[in-house]
Ligand binder design. Structure first.
Ligand SMILES: Nc1nc2c(ncn2[C@@H]2O[C@H](COP(=O)(O)OP(=O)(O)OP(=O)(O)O)[C@@H](O)[C@H]2O)c(=O)[nH]1
Ligand SMILES: [Mg+2]
Length: 811
């Protein structure tokens, strides 16, 4: 409750601290403290109390002395009823207006009051103890005429004061000012010794604990004596003396002031709590241990202040914004900003707790620090993580560009890592929170590991790209030539493949070796890498050989067909009847068998020559000469070649045998076709002559030509099915010729005669030695040959049924 008066009176803000029933008005005190801003005073405040008999003018004195507005007894009313009634009940509190430092005054209920009864001194003692525990200066109001009197009203009061003082364990040094009211003409100089003697006597008579048996009064109290004229009778003098007394309360706590040597002051911010606790202890009639109380007050207050500071920090806008920002991004000067916020918080705590027990406040500060650091730790962590991921990103970019600029892998990785780690360390310095002892070593280690892992990934990728590059390069260089060499299989095939393999592999290995120099690989790893490349090259060749071996049958057939159907000049053959089909077939088969023998095994290592080719020729090509039916000593009845490991075998002997069988079956048709082509001409002639009715000479001519032609190739006639096919397919053509036969007959007869002459004269052989000798020889042979031919025809016309007897010998 603030007083409604203006001026000084309005500043006093009096409140009823403890009511008549002993109830403590905590809310009132808090309101009072806020109104007078007591909490901000630290230790710069003083508390003054007044005690004294009831209606001894205490409130009046305080109001004049400190410009307060305590309730006073109405002088007129009091006189009228001639009974002095109690005005102040319990304890009131007000601020002394206009006095520095802030001075709080407590107006106590009068002692020895009729209202509480003669024997009820409990409240009196309680309030006295409270005043002594809380105040720096205690005014003891007494009537002048009571000095020296045996039964003076203030004697029990003083006894009480001294007794309770003993219960404060380590009492604070209190200044007792004895205010002598209604002073008489007797000068103070005479009165004071008497009063001091009385006080000493009372002190001596008070029972003391063992520790204070010999303790002088002055250890606990500064005794001051002041005398005032009667307010009622000499008001002017009273006011003047009060004004003089007021002067002594200015700067009362300064050294030499009224309370200059006070001890154990509770800091102003703890005053409310302290006063409540003291009153509580007093009410419960427990011992009031002031030192322990001070520690307790400090503990409670420091904790309260710490909690206030913590809450203020948590709701601080700046902190909230920072906390939010670090979740998504790296905040520049994070450490500086947060350290400054924490510093403000800690210094605020320090300022407010500065007057509390050092040990207590430091302990509470530590607790608050820990709590706050726990609060901000995630933000710090998140900042480090941002820095770490940014650094990793920077590293990736720098590393990539260093590599693209052509720097060696190892040098680039080392340089980039060193520079980004340096940058990270600098950033970490900027994130350091002064108040903490956190370090970034764990995050740093993790970052370093991440960078190393990235380097390893890139390295593996680069090496595997290098390996793939050389592999495909080797594929390009080896596949085509190896394929061509294998398809042109001959005795030089594998030596040529080996040469090619060595040349290309050595070149690739040397090129790759220089490309690896930037990686600073260990000798062993480099060796491993290059030997892998070599084995890749070998695989390429081997795979190609396997691939070709897989289609060896079609290659053999192809080769057979090519050789069979083309002459030595690579010109397509025309089966005129003079070709030696048997010899051509043998040559073609022999060449196809060579292809099979080349493809039967891989011969990349230039091992001792195997005997595959010989075995195949002996067993397959020349088999007809040997014992055809015997398989007991068949060298091809095996799954392995002699001296050839299984790993290098592409076609096993038994596979070769079966392939050869298949090859022969599938090429037989080509041979048959050739023979048929030769026979066909003769057959056609025979048929035409027969159809004209002059069968006999033409049959003889046909037989002759046929036999002559077959002497050079084979004795076979075309198979019956071929003859049937010719009949069926050629029927239309025959019919056409039959309708217009003369022209065709002429052509055929001419052709047959010429053909017979060609065979008989062997014109091809004659011209082998040159054109002129050929002409000369032919001109000599022409006539006899024609005659011989005519003779043979006529002879065969006469004996047409036994060609075997008449078959001419080969010349
Ligand atoms: N004789 C005399 N009377 C005074 C003096 N000062 C005040 N009084 C009178 O004493 C009466 C009581 O004054 P208060 O100031 O109410 O006294 P108090 O000690 O506060 O009384 P309680 O609060 O009831 O204990 C009033 O009528 C005052 O006029 C003084 O110096 N001498
Ligand atoms: Mg009063």
């Amino acid at each position: 409750m603030c007083c409604p008066f203006s001026g000084d009176k309005a500043e006093c803000c009096s409140t009823h601290l403890i009511d008549g029933d002993g109830t403590f008005n905590a809310a009132g005190l808090d309101g009072f403290m806020k109104a007078v801003k007591l909490a901000e005073c630290g230790l710069s405040y003083a508390v003054v109390s007044i005690m004294g008999p009831q209606s001894s003018g205490k409130s009046t004195l305080l109001n004049h002395l400190f410009h307060t507005n305590f309730k006073e007894m109405d002088a007129f009313k009091g006189r009228q009823v001639s009974i002095l009634s109690q005005t102040t009940k319990g304890i009131w509190m007000a601020r002394c207006a206009g006095i520095e430092p802030c001075t709080i005054v407590m107006d106590l209920e009068g002692t020895d009051g009729r209202e509480r009864g003669e024997d009820d001194t409990a409240f009196e003692k309680q309030s006295a103890l409270f005043a002594l525990a809380v105040s720096d200066i205690v005014l003891i109001n007494m009537w002048c005429h009571d000095i020296g009197r045996e039964h003076a009203a203030n004697k029990p009061l003083l006894k009480t004061v001294f007794e309770v003082m003993m219960r404060l364990f380590s009492p604070r040094k209190t200044t007792l000012i004895f205010v002598i009211r209604d002073k008489t003409r007797t000068p103070l100089e005479n009165l004071e010794p008497v009063l001091r003697e009385d006080i000493q006597k009372i002190w001596d008579s008070v029972p003391k604990p063992e520790a204070h048996k010999q303790t002088p009064l002055s250890t606990f109290f500064n005794i001051e004596v002041v005398a005032l004229s009667s307010f009622e009778e000499k008001e002017e003098q009273f006011k003047e003396q009060v004004a003089n007394l007021r002067q002594r309360f200015y700067h009362s706590i300064a050294p030499g002031g009224l309370a200059g040597d006070r001890q154990g002051v509770v800091p102003a911010s703890g005053f409310s709590f302290s006063a409540q606790q003291i009153w509580k202890v007093i009410k419960e009639n427990r011992d009031l241990d002031l030192p322990a109380h001070k520690v307790m007050v400090a503990t409670v207050r420091c904790e309260e202040i710490a909690n206030e500071k913590y809450s203020a920090f948590v709701s601080n806008k700046e902190w909230c914004a920072l906390e939010e920002a670090v979740k998504s991004q790296l905040v520049p000067d994070f450490g500086k900003k947060l350290s400054s916020m924490l510093e403000t918080c800690f210094s605020g705590y320090d300022d407010e707790t500065t007057f509390f027990e050092e040990g207590v406040r430091m302990a509470k500060r530590k607790q608050m620090e820990e709590k706050l650091l726990l609060l901000v730790q995630p933000a710090y962590q998140s900042t480090l993580e941002h820095m770490s991921s940014e650094t990793l990103e920077k590293f990736n970019k720098a590393f990539e560009s260093a590599l693209s600029e052509g720097q060696g892998f190892a040098i680039a990785s080392r340089n980039c890592k060193t520079s980004v780690m340096k940058l990270f360390d600098e950033q970490c310095k900027g994130a350091i929170i002064k108040q903490s002892e956190w370090d970034s070593s764990k995050v740093r280690d993790k970052l370093s590991q991440d960078i190393d892992a990235h380097i390893a990934d890139v390295r593996n990728a680069k090496l595997s790209a290098l390996s793939s590059q050389y592999e495909s390069q080797l594929k390009e260089l080896l596949n085509g030539p190896v394929e061509a060499l294998l398809q042109a299989a001959n005795d030089e095939t594998w030596p040529a493949i080996r040469k090619l393999f060595k040349r290309e592999t050595d070149a690739a290995v040397s090129e790759c070796s220089s490309a690896l120099s930037g990686f600073e690989m260990s000798e062993d790893s480099k060796k491993d890498f290059l030997s892998k490349l070599r084995s890749q090259a070998r695989d390429i060749v081997e795979n190609k050989a396997k691939e070709e071996a897989g289609r060896v049958l079609s290659l053999m057939k192809e080769r057979f067909t090519t050789i069979f159907n083309h002459d030595n000049d690579q010109m397509p053959r025309v089966w005129t009847g003079k070709e030696d089909i048997r010899a051509i077939t043998k040559t073609a088969r022999s060449s196809s068998l060579k292809l099979l023998s080349v493809m039967a095994a891989i011969r990349l290592d230039g091992d001792a020559a195997d005997r595959i080719a010989e075995t195949l020729v002996l067993t397959l090509l020349d088999a007809k000469k040997g014992d055809k039916g015997s398989t007991a000593n068949d060298p091809l009845a095996s799954s392995t070649w002699d001296k050839v490991p299984a790993s290098r075998t592409l076609i096993t002997p038994v596979q070769c045998k079966s392939l050869w069988g298949q090859f022969q079956r599938e090429t037989e048709y080509t041979v048959t076709q050739a023979i048929t082509a030769q026979a066909c001409l003769i057959f056609m002639l025979f048929f035409l002559i027969a159809s004209l009715g002059s069968f006999q000479p033409f049959i003889q001519l046909f037989k002759f030509v046929h036999l002559e032609a077959n002497k050079r190739s084979t004795n076979w006639l075309p198979p019956p099915w071929a003859i049937m096919a010719l009949f069926i397919l050629g029927f239309n053509e025959f019919m056409t010729l039959l309708r217009n036969p003369l022209y065709m007959i002429l052509i055929f007869v001419t052709f047959l005669l010429l053909k017979a002459l060609w065979v008989q004269l062997d014109i091809g052989a004659e011209f082998r030695h040159g054109f002129l000798p050929g002409i000369l020889s032919l001109s000599a042979k022409f006539l006899p040959t024609v005659l011989n031919l005519m003779r043979k025809l006529s002879e065969q016309g006469q004996t047409p049924n036994n060609p075997r007897v008449e078959r001419p010998h080969e010349s």
